[in-house]
Design a protein around this ligand. Structure first.
Ligand SMILES: [Zn+2]
Length: 414
């Protein structure tokens, strides 16, 4: 790699990634670091001590987001932010989220080692509860910060044991003093694993992320009638699961009609009463579509309820559809994206532009701060899985691009 001649330390980055992965390590080589648990607290404490050892000032906001600040030379400049999340899925991997936070830490360490004083301050962020697996609301910390979710509402969300977000924050000592709302910032950069197969298939080292897909999500409920499986003839059945199955097939067909850019998923299904000799009387399930083109999501948002309604009517059963949210394509900032592109080019790293298929904290941050993301390949495109894996050289390359983009932004001529 050529470039600035200023190198991050790839071995130190990898060692710290592995040290973070010890916290909540699972027997199959993954990580279970659910948000706002004692395990999450242990991860936060390790992160905080690493930051403080570098002389960074750490502050925590009202939703538990952590910001570690390195001062710049010019007190009038707005900070350049970088970061990601340290929480994981229940059976998650070592790199989803942690890569972006630990790479940001390595950027800070390298700036110290190289005696670099940037013009603008730099802040490293650990966003609370990106994954949404405990309280059912993904991107919770960045969403509350960005004002997408009102804080009161977020505080009241409960996990399966009835523990609220506010109680959990207080229990681990991370309900902070700083307000959870956007503050003026110059830019935000997030390094993340791709969580898909494209970079690996094409032999690219770096994904220059230009934006995040448009999405529409629903909760669905079909109400039939519980009945004896042995005594109820076809004409008397109100089988909610058969109706749901036809709608699931519809989701898949609507996705496939859109070619390789289509995404349509029913990932959650609850059958009530879920007994082998009872005709299912009620089914609840999730439906989501994603697409890089906002117009396509608008068409899907109109077409799916209509066609699912026809199926339910044919089945003679009522279908309730609650739209949870609909996002347009969130484009990233052209200037920030260009810094990523230039860094990859200077370093001679094979790169391509890519639209993020997953939601990320960056998507909410982008609503108020100029934002870009950097993707690194992950093995077989696998994530949200204990087998999630990346190569040390890939982590190093991604971190070096992050370093160069952040440094260029923090020192840019105003
Ligand atoms: Zn993530």
């Amino acid at each position: 790699m050529s470039g600035t001649n200023q190198r991050i330390d790839g071995k130190r980055l990898w060692d710290s990634l592995m040290a973070m992965a010890e916290i909540g390590a699972t027997p199959k080589g993954g990580v279970r670091r659910l948000t706002l648990t004692e395990v999450d607290k242990a991860g936060r404490e390790r992160f905080r001590s690493w930051c403080e050892a570098l002389g960074l000032a750490v502050r925590v906001d009202a939703i538990g987001n952590m910001f570690a600040r390195r001062e710049g030379r010019d007190p009038d400049r707005l900070p350049v932010l970088m970061g990601s999340h340290l929480d994981s899925q229940p059976s998650g991997g070592k790199f989803d989220g942690a890569l972006g936070v630990i790479a940001g830490l390595e950027v800070m360490r390298s700036l110290n080692d190289l005696n670099i004083q940037t013009e603008a301050p730099i802040e490293l962020v650990n966003w609370t509860d990106e994954e949404g697996s405990r309280f059912g609301h993904s991107l919770m910390g960045s969403g509350a910060w960005a004002g997408v979710y009102p804080l009161d509402k977020v505080y009241g969300l409960q996990d399966v044991d009835g523990v609220s977000v506010e109680q959990a924050l207080t229990a681990i000592g991370y309900k902070g003093e700083a307000p959870a709302k956007p503050f003026p910032a110059d830019a935000y950069f997030e390094l993340h694993i791709e969580q898909g197969p494209i970079l690996e298939q094409e032999g690219k080292r770096i994904g220059i992320v230009t934006g995040a897909q448009a999405q529409v999500w629903w909760d669905a409920r079909i109400l039939g009638q519980d009945a004896h499986a042995g005594t109820t003839p076809p004409s008397a059945r109100k089988d909610a699961l058969v109706c749901a199955a036809r709608i699931i097939d519809l989701v898949d067909r609507m996705m496939r009609a859109r070619g390789e850019d289509g995404r349509g998923t029913v990932g959650f299904l609850q059958v009530i009463p879920n007994s082998r000799n009872v005709v299912p009387g009620e089914v609840r399930f999730s439906v989501e579509f994603r697409h890089p083109d906002t117009a396509e999501i608008e068409r899907l948002a109109a077409q799916f309820p209509r066609e699912a309604g026809f199926i339910a009517r044919d089945c003679g059963l009522p279908l309730e559809l609650t739209e949870l949210f609909r996002f347009p394509l969130q484009p990233f900032d052209a200037g920030c994206v260009d810094l990523v592109r230039q860094a990859a080019a200077r370093l001679g790293l094979p790169a391509r532009e890519i639209v993020s298929g997953a939601g990320h904290d960056a998507v909410y941050v982008a609503r108020s701060v100029p934002t870009a993301m950097i993707f690194t390949p992950c093995k077989d495109g696998l994530s949200h899985n204990e087998a999630e894996s990346i190569e040390p050289e890939e982590a190093e390359a991604g971190c070096q691009v992050l370093f160069e983009a952040v440094l260029a932004r923090a020192n840019r001529a105003l």
